[in-house]
Write a protein that binds this ligand. Structure first.
Ligand code: 4AD
Ligand code: MG
Length: 432
């Protein structure tokens, strides 16, 4: 019996005859030899078919097989120093499963809109495969980090009646006779969970009906949201820098082939280790004025060019702390000595990837929170349960949200977030 394996298991079967279920990613052949670029989901490997070593039927199949046809490929695994993967297959037999006709994504260049229209097929490409593997590694390392540090995973609801991040970006839906929204952030529920479980984290989809069309914005994106009871402003930053260092170093360690496929400069990633630099909002404004951004005033939010200019001074992510109260959501704890700024921080990734984390200490005083809800025109009734968290053993607590797709884009070195999620939801795209 010949054993059936995946490409990723090749190193364990050197010198043995194995069968791999695979697709033809690409192919090149001459009169006497055919090179099949095989992919099986677990990886990519070259299969070599030598006319003199297989039956005439098998060689004819190798020569005629079309891109994306599926086969059972049998052969002997050999070490191969020339290939980035390190192994190749000397083919002994081919069994066609399904012949693909006129696969739309050929090895030539295609435009982005064409590729996005064929996202269900584009995912098969080597580059997209690498990005999805890196995304998966970040998710795996996230669970590892929080599980090893005493956090409990908690799943907040997707259908909600509240708007943590402002009411202008909500997706509305009917909930029988009531109004409901798709979650912008699980944070408020995670605060309740932190009062029950101490240190918690969530990982799930979030939705912003934001008419932004930039390389950093998705309508549906995935967020990791930790929340910690008894953690104050500084404690929160420490978790963030340790967490981000952990995911970056996990990708460096476990995805070297994928980073190579993407042409990522790994030395830039190797350097990403805690602690991360910090600048206050006030200092950032001053810095921007010195850099010639004259129009930005204290109280203005930063745009992408501002964030990029600030990040360029550092080779690690940088925290921008203590933003003006007026720029941030209602729930952030004010600075103890300055009512005009809050105990918050955004983490800005290097190399122009922008904000990957937003976080803060939360207001834990009942009266202050009630006042802030009113200031923001939010009804105390809808937030009754959230206020109640401040009535029964309220404690200082903090948390943050890391946007997965922006983080994948930065670590992978991919220009646009549309390539970092399997089926991106963009301003003008719900298909496929
Ligand atoms: O800064 P944001 O809006 O913060 C919150 O939602 C907090 N409630 C999180 C918390 O404290 N638990 O979003 C957090 C992160 C951003 O830094 C960014 O990485 C990502 O989510 N993000 C987006 N990613 C892609 N497309 C969008 N439209 C995004 N909006 C936010
Ligand atoms: Mg933010």
């Amino acid at each position: 019996m010949i054993v059936k394996i995946t490409i990723s298991e090749a190193s364990k079967y050197v010198g043995q005859e194995v069968t791999i279920g695979a697709w033809i990613a690409n192919k090149r052949s001459s009169g006497k030899i055919a090179f099949l670029q095989l992919r099986d989901g677990s990886g990519f490997m070259q299969g070599v078919v030598v006319k003199a070593e297989v039956s005439e039927e098998v060689f004819q199949l190798a020569k005629s097989v079309t891109q994306e046809s599926s086969l059972y490929v049998t052969g002997i695994i050999r070490e191969d120093e020339r290939s980035p993967f390190g192994y190749e297959l000397t083919v002994t037999n081919l069994e066609l499963i399904h012949a693909s006709v006129d696969y739309p994504i050929t090895p030539k260049e295609h435009g982005t809109e064409f590729l996005m229209d064929h996202r269900h097929l584009w995912l098969r490409s080597k580059r997209q495969h690498a990005v999805m593997k890196i995304r998966n590694e970040i998710i795996r390392a996230t669970y590892e980090f929080f599980n090893e540090n005493g956090f409990t995973k908690v799943d907040p609801p997707i259908l909600t009646g509240s708007a943590p991040e402002g009411t202008t970006e909500l997706f509305h839906t009917k909930y029988f006779d009531e109004d409901a929204y798709l979650s912008q952030s699980g944070q408020l529920y995670m605060e309740a969970a932190a009062m029950a479980l101490g240190k918690v984290f969530s990982f799930g989809p979030t939705f912003r009906a934001e008419k932004s069309k930039t390389r950093r914005h998705l309508i549906e994106f995935w967020m990791i949201e930790p929340e910690m009871a008894f953690y104050e402003f500084e404690d929160n930053l420490k978790v963030q820098e340790e967490y981000v260092s952990h995911i970056v170093q996990s990708v460096v360690k476990n995805c070297s082939l994928e980073l190579k496929t993407l042409g990522r400069d790994v030395s830039k990633l190797e350097n990403i280790k805690a602690p991360f630099p910090r600048v206050t909002y006030d200092e950032a404004i001053k810095f921007l004025h010195e850099k010639g951004f004259e129009d930005i005033q204290w109280g203005d939010d930063f745009g992408a060019p501002h964030e990029t200019a600030i990040a360029e001074s550092y080779d690690k992510p940088v925290f921008i702390t203590h933003y003006p109260t007026s720029l941030k959501p209602f729930y952030m704890q004010p600075h103890p000595e300055r009512a005009d700024v809050v105990l918050c921080a955004d983490l800005i990734a290097p190399e122009g990837y922008g904000e990957i984390i937003g976080g803060s200490e939360r207001i834990h005083d009942y009266n202050l929170l009630k006042q802030r809800l009113e200031d923001h025109g939010l009804s105390s009734d809808a937030y009754k349960w959230y206020l109640e968290l401040r009535q029964y053993g309220s404690v200082p607590h903090s948390g943050f949200g890391l946007g997965l797709e922006r983080t994948v884009a930065w670590i992978s070195g991919v220009e646009h977030v549309r390539e970092t999620i399997p089926f991106p939801r963009l301003l003008n795209r719900l298909y496929p």
